[in-house]
Design a protein. Structure first.
Length: 132
């Protein structure tokens, strides 16, 4: 095999290295410690990076809520679901049949009229705002 290592690329000798140098002298260049940012700006960037690193997405197994601002009381339940102790069945759980499942491909591109014709129930919602 000789001097050639297997898989090593052989670089040809540059004829201008003798005139201009081979840039080995640039390896020991001392860069100034001065930053382009002021200490206040550097601290602000450091704070933002720390806050971004601390962000986590919360996912509640009870109500299926997912997001950055979900306040988790236990590793699996948010504060709202952990406080819901009236029933064993949680309001938005699979046991209550309120968790929407994936739509089959045959039903994905229906018009509003087609959805109303095949639905089993007609949903009516009324929102009332009260004081107190």
């Amino acid at each position: 095999l000789g001097d050639e290592g297997e898989g090593a690329e052989q670089q040809p000798v540059d004829e201008y290295d003798a005139v201009f140098g081979d840039s080995a002298d640039l390896l020991d260049v001392h860069l100034p410690e001065d930053s382009a940012l002021s200490p206040r700006e550097a601290a602000a960037i450091r704070t933002v990076n720390e806050k971004l690193a601390d962000l986590t997405i919360g996912h509640c197994a009870g109500c299926r809520e997912e997001g950055f601002d979900v306040k988790m009381k236990t590793p699996t339940l948010c504060t709202r679901c952990s406080g819901d102790t009236a029933n064993d069945v949680r309001k938005w759980s699979d046991e209550n049949n309120t968790n929407p499942c994936a739509v089959p491909p045959e039903l994905q591109n229906l018009t509003d009229m087609e959805e109303m014709l095949i639905s089993r129930c007609k949903t009516v919602m009324q929102v009332r705002y009260t004081k107190g």
